[in-house]
Design a protein around this ligand. Structure first.
Ligand SMILES: Nc1ncnc2c1ncn2[C@@H]1O[C@H](COP(=O)(O)OP(=O)(O)OP(=O)(O)O)[C@@H](O)[C@H]1O
Ligand SMILES: [Mg+2]
Length: 296
């Protein structure tokens, strides 16, 4: 995979400006990432966010600047986390990239075309899995295939592969209400992957889970990312989770939501349980903690 390209505000592209710059002393090169074959829609462009701002109108007639001047270049196959305190615009950013929310200013290009809703090449996974209790686990996973009108036979074969990857094979015909919270999130992850999206958007997918389950799912997600190599944007409040999973951690601050720093995670891949509390992981975590210290 190609290395990260210069981003707006990076030391190689422009001087430091409030909110979008990368502090030179914190930027570190990351190791090589194994990327498997990409779907045809993936282009060399990756995801390009330029001068992005979002202002919401509030119910009392005022305005909230949820995002201001976001500039970011994400490479195909990269795993990038967005981390910052509540209200810094993480969900807003993810929803704009998903094409579910219009921006106020700026542009977002996903694999060479403007962000738009209903793209077959992207999937979003939310904090709470929205599963349908009248459908089996397998049929919940196949839902996007039905919505997009894709071939069910090949998708069913893919769904079975994903059931295996997420360790759910024996639950394929179960009702979703028979599953634990962690298992439901794994169903949600399998459903997000069933159309083989080139871009996976995840908004705090594991934050409602207990620590043990979260850790296990983080290990599974790291393994899936290394097997599938899909571009993944992951929102979290959890520093260890962000470091363990990511190639880069985008640190944000609130009101207005801005990028304050981007940390290149220096941890080898493939990543497994042994990296969770390794000295290198802790060192990376302290860089992230330092970047957002003011907002913890
Ligand atoms: N529909 C809306 N109307 C008005 N303001 C909104 C709306 N949605 C979000 N906001 C405001 O935009 C800002 C960013 O919200 P957003 O949900 O993107 O933050 P977040 O970083 O995802 O927060 P959290 O970590 O709590 O999920 C907040 O100040 C929020 O109050
Ligand atoms: Mg949010």
């Amino acid at each position: 995979m190609p290395g990260p390209s210069p981003e707006a505000g990076s030391p190689s592209s422009s001087p430091r400006t409030t909110g979008t710059s990368i502090s030179p002393r914190r930027v570190r090169r990351r190791g090589a990432v194994t990327v498997t074959e990409q779907p045809p829609s993936v282009t060399r462009e990756g995801i390009t966010i330029q001068s992005l701002s979002k202002v919401y109108d509030t119910a009392d007639g005022g305005e909230v600047t949820a995002l201001r001047n976001i500039d970011l270049q994400i490479q195909p196959g990269e795993f990038v986390s967005f981390l910052g305190p509540s209200g810094c615009g993480k969900s807003t950013l993810l929803h704009i990239i998903a094409g579910l929310l219009p921006q106020t200013a700026g542009t977002v290009d996903v694999f060479g075309t403007p962000a738009a809703p209903g793209r077959q090449d992207s999937a979003i996974m939310l904090q709470t899995p929205v599963l349908f209790p009248w459908r089996s686990v397998l049929d919940n996973i196949l839902l996007p295939v039905e919505i997009l009108g894709l071939d069910r036979t090949s998708a069913t074969a893919r769904a079975h592969e994903l059931l295996e990857l997420t360790h759910l094979t024996e639950f394929a015909q179960k009702n979703v209400w028979e599953l634990s919270g962690g298992m439901r999130q794994r169903v949600s992850l399998a459903r997000a992957l069933v159309t083989d999206p080139a871009l996976l958007l995840m908004d705090e997918p594991f934050s409602a889970l207990d620590e043990f389950t979260r850790e296990r799912l983080n290990i599974e997600l790291a393994r899936l990312h290394e097997e599938l190599g899909r571009t993944t944007l992951f929102v979290t409040h959890n520093i260890s989770e962000a470091v363990f999973l990511s190639d880069r951690v985008v640190c944000m601050r609130p009101r207005p939501g801005e990028v304050i720093d981007i940390i290149d995670v220096d941890l080898p891949r493939p990543r497994g349980a042994e990296h969770l509390a390794s000295a290198a992981a802790i060192e990376n975590e302290s860089l992230v903690r330092e970047a957002i210290a003011e907002y913890i």
